[in-house]
Design a binder for this molecule. Structure first.
Ligand SMILES: NC(=O)c1ccc[n+]([C@@H]2O[C@H](COP(=O)([O-])OP(=O)(O)OC[C@H]3O[C@@H](n4cnc5c(N)ncnc54)[C@H](OP(=O)(O)O)[C@@H]3O)[C@@H](O)[C@H]2O)c1
Length: 250
C-alpha cells in the first residue's frame, strides 16, 4: 500500500507507544502529525529525531490535549487547513492509575482516567468525524488494553475506561461503515519500555510475566505494526474489531 499521500494523526505521541506508532507511520512514508499535551520542546525534538531516522520530512506536531475540547477542535482545524484531510486517526493518549476503589482513595483519579481515556477518544473522533464521513474514507484505530477485556484488580477505572473504548469501537464500526470509515482497536498486553509498564513494581511485573505464554513483554513496534495493519487496505473488510497484542496472555 502506498502511504505517501496518507495523513495520519497520533495522539499522545510524545512517549512510548505513541512515539513508536508515529515513527512507524513516518517510516512507511505518511504525513504524520504528532499530538502532544505537555512539552513543545520535547515534541520538537522527537519530530526532528523521526525526520532524521526515517528521511521523511512530512512530520509535524500539534498541541492536542484530548480532554480539552477547544484545543482538540483547534488542532484538527489546523491539521485540516494544512493537509486538507485526515486519513488515519490513532487515539493513543491514555493514563492509568492503580488503586483500590475504597472511600480513602479520592474519586477524582477515576474521573480523570475516564475523562482522558474515553472522553478524550470521543473528543478526537467527534472533531474528525465529519470530514472523514464526507470524504467517504478513513480509518480510526483506538488503543484499548487487555485490561478492558479481562479486568485487572486495583485498575478498575482504567479497565472500565478501556472496556468503554472497546464498546465505542464496536458501535462506531457499525455507525461509520456505510461511509467507508473503519473503526478498530488494538488491545496491548504488557509492552516494554513504556511509561505504564515502567510504573509497575518489579515484583508485581515478574508475576505478570509468568502469565504471558510467550514469556516476554511486547514491543511498542509490535503494537505499531498492528495499528498500521488495521489502518491499511489489507484490513479493508475489518471494522468494529479489537485485536489483542499480548503474547498469548489472554
Ligand atoms: N504500556 C503498556 O503496556 C500498555 C498496555 C495496554 C494499553 N496501553 C495503552 O497504550 C497507550 C499508550 O501507553 P504508554 O504506555 O505508551 O503510555 P505513556 O508512556 O504513559 O505515555 C502516555 C502518553 O499519553 C499522553 N497523554 C496523557 N494524557 C493526555 C491528554 N489528556 N491529552 C493528550 N495526551 C495525553 C502523554 O503525553 P504527555 O507526556 O505530554 O503528558 C504521553 O505521550 C495508552 O492508551 C495506554 O492505555 C499501554
Amino acid at each position: 500500500m502506498d502511504w505517501t499521500e496518507k495523513v495520519v494523526v497520533v495522539t499522545g505521541a510524545s512517549k512510548s507507544i505513541g512515539k513508536s506508532i508515529s515513527a512507524h507511520f513516518a517510516d512507511l512514508g505518511s504525513k504524520v502529525v504528532l499530538g502532544y499535551r505537555s512539552s513543545r520542546d520535547e515534541i520538537e525534538q522527537i519530530v526532528q529525531e523521526i525526520k532524521e531516522t526515517t528521511g521523511n520530512s512530512h512530520v509535524t506536531f500539534e498541541k492536542l490535549d484530548v480532554t480539552d475540547r477547544e484545543i482538540v477542535k483547534d488542532a484538527f482545524q489546523n491539521i485540516l487547513d494544512r493537509h486538507g484531510k485526515v486519513d488515519v486517526l490513532v487515539n493513543n493518549a491514555g493514563i492509568s492509575y492503580g488503586g483500590a476503589l475504597i472511600p480513602s482513595n479520592p474519586l477524582e483519579k477515576w474521573e480523570e482516567i475516564v475523562d482522558t481515556n474515553i472522553m478524550g477518544t470521543i473528543n478526537c473522533i467527534h472533531a474528525v468525524s465529519l470530514p472523514m464521513l464526507m470524504q467517504q474514507s478513513g480509518s480510526i484505530v483506538n488503543i484499548a488494553s487487555l485490561s478492558g477485556l479481562i479486568g485487572v484488580e486495583r485498575l478498575s477505572a482504567y479497565s472500565a475506561s478501556k472496556a468503554g473504548v472497546i464498546g465505542l469501537t464496536r458501535s462506531l464500526g457499525k455507525e461509520y461503515a456505510p461511509f467507508n470509515v473503519r473503526v478498530n482497536a488494538v488491545a496491548p498486553g504488557y509492552i516494554e519500555d513504556t511509561g505504564m509498564v515502567d510504573r509497575i513494581p518489579e515484583n508485581q511485573m515478574s508475576e505478570f510475566k509468568k502469565k504471558i505464554a510467550m514469556k516476554r513483554l511486547g514491543s511498542a513496534k509490535e503494537v505499531a505494526e498492528t495499528v498500521s495493519f488495521l489502518a491499511s487496505e489489507k484490513a479493508g473488510y475489518i471494522t468494529g474489531q479489537t485485536l489483542v497484542v499480548d503474547g498469548g496472555l489472554m
